[in-house]
Design a protein around this ligand. Structure first.
Ligand code: ASP
Length: 442
């Protein structure tokens, strides 16, 4: 039983009146859901435009001196329809007028962040009205430092105190306030971060993140047909899979709740009976899961293989090599070593822009026998807490890829033994994901 739940609803969950009604019945179905964080209305169908994107467009027009009234009018109409269908009394025209006046009156409001934030601001006010709850503005609770980082201490304290004084509240996601009083947004998708901050501040028992999928999938559905949903996942596994390209939450949304040990539950607004994915520090004791939790990967890597005989006797060779990449602002992703070889695996696009400098420096300062560059590599991570204690995981992965006729060009096992990463040709990427999914998860 959860006593206090923070529920965040994403853009598709609040895209129109019928979605807002679904969200409202979810909220009202459990009295523990006392604080709701709302996104701006998202897409209703695939070619639709998100309110946030319309607001950015409006700002662009404003900056270039074009007439932006047509965009504001469309935004007003979209909210107007929502208000009408919800049957509430809400003066959207005067709200839009205020935004327009702000935009034309003071520099403080002439930023893209101010305008973009109005999407969640208006939606949260409307939803609060529909629920009969209090609207609690993020600009009075979420504080940024001068350098744009979150002022955690002040934010957690003020948000906690303010919300404690309210029975139930709707909080707009995506933005907070700078020390000079101007509005600043998180990066795109940032309402997830607001939800996590609110959950941490009120010391919630659970942070629910309501979206349009029934949880995180164990493989990319664009590659694997109907991959299974991951019911339980640890924060660490999530981090590894997200890093390799699986996305379900804004990356910065994990840290506030993780520090406080608050689990996150990804749920589907369109299918509220599904249990979704529960993300927590450790797995529930009685849970039986397969050793592998998920598979994710990315294309677009290349490998720079440096060979020099007797390299292993040369102290600092690896450090010097990696420093050359660091100095050129090219982060390394993996670094498998042999006796007389080191390979540095990097993002191809980043490497290509610095290729000449990096190769020249390697030649000059390390005097290698050979440098070989292999392009068009993809990396695939097989991730799972259970892999540490399972024998033969590597053998299974290699057999699976061999049976699919795929050549492995790099192998890297994370030192936490939570993942095994293989490098393959980009052309084999889809086949490899499918083979690994059917042999390791299905
Ligand atoms: N509305 C913002 C966006 O579209 C933030 C969010 O929905 O999380 O990125």
């Amino acid at each position: 039983m959860n006593n206090l739940v923070v529920a965040k609803f994403g853009g598709t969950s609040l895209a129109d009146a019928s979605q807002i009604k679904k969200a409202a019945s979810i909220i009202k179905a459990d009295v523990s859901r006392k604080y709701v964080v709302a996104s701006a209305p998202g897409k209703r169908f695939s070619d639709d435009i998100k309110i946030t994107d319309m607001l950015y467009k409006c700002h662009k027009k404003f900056l270039s001196g074009e007439d932006f009234n047509d965009v504001l009018e469309k935004i007003s109409e979209r909210y107007g329809k929502i208000i009408e269908e919800l049957g509430i009394d809400f003066d959207i025209k005067s709200e839009i007028e205020t935004i327009k006046q702000n935009l034309t009156s003071s520099e403080k409001f002439q930023t893209p962040d101010y305008l973009a934030s109005r999407g969640e601001y208006l939606n949260s006010k409307i939803i609060a009205k529909f629920l009969g709850w209090t609207f609690a503005d993020a600009s009075e609770m979420i504080f940024f430092n001068e350098n744009g980082t979150l002022n955690e201490e002040k934010t957690f304290y003020v948000t906690g105190e303010k919300l404690k004084a309210l029975d139930c509240a709707v909080i707009p996601g995506f933005y907070g306030v700078m020390p000079d009083g101007s509005i600043k947004t998180f990066s795109r998708g940032g309402s997830d971060v607001t939800g996590s901050i609110v959950a941490r501040s009120v010391k919630a028992d659970l942070y629910e993140n309501w979206t349009d999928v029934s949880g995180m999938l164990s493989a990319d559905p664009r590659i694997v047909k109907n991959p299974s949903v991951i019911n339980f996942i640890t924060y660490t596994e999530l981090r590894e899979l997200s890093y390799m390209g699986a996305s379900v939450l804004h990356e910065d949304a994990v840290f506030p709740v993780r520090k406080a040990g608050i689990p996150i539950n990804i749920r589907n607004t369109n299918s509220p009976d599904d249990k979704g994915t529960l993300i927590s520090a450790s797995l529930p004791k009685d849970i039986k899961r397969s050793a592998v939790t998920g598979i994710a990967g990315r294309k677009g890597f290349c490998s720079i293989r440096v060979e020099k005989s007797m390299m292993n006797g040369e102290t600092g060779f690896g450090a010097k090599l990696l420093y050359i990449f660091a100095k050129n602002d090219v982060p390394f992703e993996h670094c498998p070593t042999g006796i007389d070889t080191i390979s540095v695996i990097v993002n191809s696009a980043l490497f290509d822009s610095k290729r000449e400098e990096i190769l020249r420096e390697i030649k000059n300062s390390l005097e290698p026998d050979f440098i070989t560059i292999e392009k068009n590599l993809a990396a695939i991570a097989v991730v799972g807490e259970g892999m540490v204690n399972s024998k033969g995981m590597a053998a299974k992965i290699f057999t699976s890829l061999a049976n699919a006729g795929i050549n492995i060009r790099m192998i890297d096992q994370g030192s936490d033994e939570l993942n095994i990463i293989v490098g393959i040709d980009e052309a084999d990427y889809e086949a490899a994901i499918n083979a690994l999914y059917s042999d390791m998860i299905k």
